[in-house]
Design a protein around this ligand. Structure first.
Ligand code: TXA
Ligand code: MG
Length: 344
């Protein structure tokens, strides 16, 4: 398939190529588009065959449900049974990086929800994403626009590398601001369960919800035969080609371990800006300053892609703290490392 690539600046939401992409979507085609979190691989959320094609293009199991993207929080009414808490959350965090699981209406085919009677709803803030949804006039079902098994794409380049030739259109809108996927919660009245941590933290959610429980699978591995609250939790997530080992310990100990290992084998080290002056080989990648969790979130997936390209024998990274946005970094890294943590 010949993939059309439209290169746009984030503020070019009136560009005619968005209308063209929307028409292709409405005709059952697939369009990758930027959001503030990561790129999405979109199809018409009411069209079962578009959903099937999304799974095919990604190489993803079809029981792992898709998030539907809407242009305004109130559009959720068309696809799901909302609640007072949903609207309180919407007033506080939407448009933005929050996904809410709600009971689904019949407008959403089960091909989109992987057979579940609930649907994940998200209203992204990226101007191109919102313009595309508005022009399409329908919700857009979209998983992250990576091939199954590689890290979520945070730039147009990542998407082109993974999906060129597999879908109709790629809208390249440059780098995503946040860089980690949205926070996902499930509501039970005024209580929320956090299924996937993201830029909207558990503390921020506690300002609106009476109680916020963190699903055990966010930090732990699933036990044998355990049924996950979110089907995505059970799949083995992106793992670098070389084993990834997370280092736990105080700052100096971890840096000194990295320093000692850097030349011992062909190892890739994912570190902080402050450590760069001590680490000298060609396989050192910094993801930002030690205390700048937002920058680390922004850079993490690029760093993991780069780690693969550098073709090391082993990859080391810091075990992040579980505080604030740290929990989202922890969740992505612990899964990429298959829970391998070394105390130093
Ligand atoms: O930031 C994001 O959320 C990005 C952008 C493109 O919006 N999308 C994204 O989609 O990360 P995806 O498909 O890679 O991850 C969606 C996760 C999966 O783990 C899936 O299992 C879960 O959401 N999910 C979707 N529908 C669900 C439902 N009804 N119940 C429980 N979990 C659900
Ligand atoms: Mg994904």
């Amino acid at each position: 398939m010949n993939t059309e690539i439209f290169k746009l600046l984030p503020n070019e939401s009136n560009n005619p190529s968005i209308k063209k992409a929307a028409e292709i979507l409405c005709g059952g085609g697939l369009v990758a588009f930027p959001t503030e979190t990561v790129y999405g691989l979109g199809g018409d959320a009411t069209n079962p065959s578009a959903a099937k094609n999304i799974y095919k293009a990604k190489g993803r199991p079809s029981d792992n449900p898709l998030i539907i993207h809407i242009a305004d929080p109130a559009d959720a009414e068309l696809y799901a049974y909302t609640s007072e808490t949903y609207y309180k959350l919407a007033a506080a965090f939407m448009p933005g990086p929050l996904t809410v699981i709600l009971p689904k209406k019949d407008t959403v085919p089960i091909e989109v929800t992987g057979g579940l009677d609930t649907v994940a709803v998200r209203c992204p803030s990226h101007p191109i994403a919102r313009a595309l949804i508005r022009k399409a006039g329908v919700a857009i079902a979209a998983p992250s626009a990576n091939l199954s098994g590689s890290p979520s794409p945070t730039s147009g380049e990542h998407v082109i590398r993974d999906l060129n030739g597999r879908i109709e259109v790629i809208i390249d809108g440059g780098e995503c601001d946040i860089g980690l996927e949205s926070t996902i919660i499930k509501l039970d009245g005024e209580r929320a369960t956090l299924l996937r941590p993201g830029a909207i933290t558990a503390d921020a959610l506690s300002c609106i919800c009476k109680k916020v429980d963190i699903a055990p699978a966010v930090t732990e591995s699933l036990k044998e035969n355990e049924r996950p609250l979110s089907p995505g939790m059970k799949y083995r997530h992106y793992a670098p080609k070389a084993p990834l080992i997370l280092l736990d310990g105080d700052e100096e100990e971890v840096l000194s371990y990295m320093y000692r290992r850097q030349n011992a084998e062909r190892c890739v080290i994912i570190c902080y800006d402050e450590e760069l002056e001590y680490l000298r080989n060609e396989r050192i990648i910094s993801i930002g300053a030690r205390d700048d969790l937002n920058m680390q979130a922004h850079s993490l997936f690029s760093a993991l892609r780069l780690a693969d390209e550098l073709d090391g024998e082993v990859v080391y990274a810091h075990l992040p703290s579980k505080e604030g946005v740290g929990l989202a970094l922890y969740n992505r890294l612990i899964r990429a490392a298959a829970h391998t943590v070394l105390e130093v």
